[in-house]
Design a protein around this ligand. Structure first.
Ligand SMILES: [Zn+2]
Length: 129
């Protein structure tokens, strides 16, 4: 399952960052999720919560930040958000909203990153890392 392997990678990244910063607790994790990845944010969030049990990440709040697909059209020069109304769980077919050509470059929407982690340190107040 796509979401599961992604959730696993994210939890590992968070644990690594938490250990590097000598955290005693992870309070909040913000994940950037591009629409191009076709990952279901709710499912991913659920799996993150399950996988973080018994780790330092247990009890952290996961914020899912969806990144819309943006394109740059080679035919008419349009730059901006793609029309993704019909985008569900199928491989996205993206056309330029201006000229409907498919001769384009996808400039945003492939992200699946840990954007931000908020941790609690033993001798300091919580801070962003
Ligand atoms: Zn175009």
């Amino acid at each position: 399952m796509h979401e599961l392997s992604m959730a696993d990678a994210i939890v590992k990244t968070v644990i690594e960052a938490a250990e590097k910063n000598e955290a005693i607790e992870v309070l909040e994790v913000t994940v950037e999720l591009g629409q191009m990845t076709l990952l279901n944010p709710e499912q991913l969030k659920f799996m993150l919560e399950v996988l973080s049990e018994d780790t330092i990440v247990n009890g952290a709040k996961f914020n899912m930040e969806e990144i819309p697909i943006e394109i740059e059209c080679f035919s008419c020069g349009f730059k901006g958000k793609a029309n993704t109304d019909e985008l569900d769980h199928y491989v996205p077919v993206i056309n330029c909203p201006e000229c409907e050509e498919r001769n384009l470059n996808i400039t945003a929407g492939r992200e699946c990153n840990v954007k931000n982690i908020k941790i609690e340190k033993s001798d300091e107040d919580a801070q962003d890392s």
